[in-house]
Design a binder for this molecule. Structure first.
Ligand code: ZN
Ligand code: ZN
Length: 143
């Protein structure tokens, strides 16, 4: 993959057509999502199946992924259990929750991995971010 995490952070959303497929030694095209050869599909296919296509699309679209995670967590803060806005599921109430990386990216946490993402209320998210920033500058200063 030619696109780095750094670019991902800067641009937030990378158009999917800018991803290029890799090829194996037998010049089989490899699925962008699972890296298995793309067989028996249209010559311009980038994925081995429609499932992989959708999976890749969701994983690479932060906005969609966020909503998916918030749905999974039932719009409930996973730290303090706050679910004040659970019933009002419109764009405005969603903003009271934020999707956070359990293991922060700077500590090696996966950026787009569902298992590393959870829903937090703004209060918990702010507190967590603050302590992480403190930790981060601490490790930086002591290197
Ligand atoms: Zn695949
Ligand atoms: Zn909370």
């Amino acid at each position: 993959m030619t696109i780095t995490n750094i670019q991902y952070i800067r641009r937030k959303h990378i158009p999917l057509h800018s991803y290029k497929n890799n090829y194996d030694q037998n010049s089989n095209k490899l699925c962008l999502n699972c890296n298995k050869p793309v067989l028996g599909r249209r010559s311009d296919a980038k994925y081995c199946s429609n499932d992989c296509s959708w999976d890749f699309y969701v994983k690479n679209n932060w906005r969609l992924l966020r909503i998916k995670i918030m749905r999974r967590d039932k719009f409930t803060c996973q730290q303090c259990g706050d679910k004040r806005n659970r019933i009002k599921v419109n764009e405005r109430s969603r903003r009271n929750f934020q999707v956070d990386h359990k293991i922060p990216v700077f500590k090696g946490g996966k950026q787009l991995e569902e298992s590393n993402l959870w829903t937090l209320c703004i209060k918990c998210h702010l507190a967590k971010t603050r302590s992480e920033l403190r930790e981060r500058s601490y490790t930086k200063n002591n290197k």
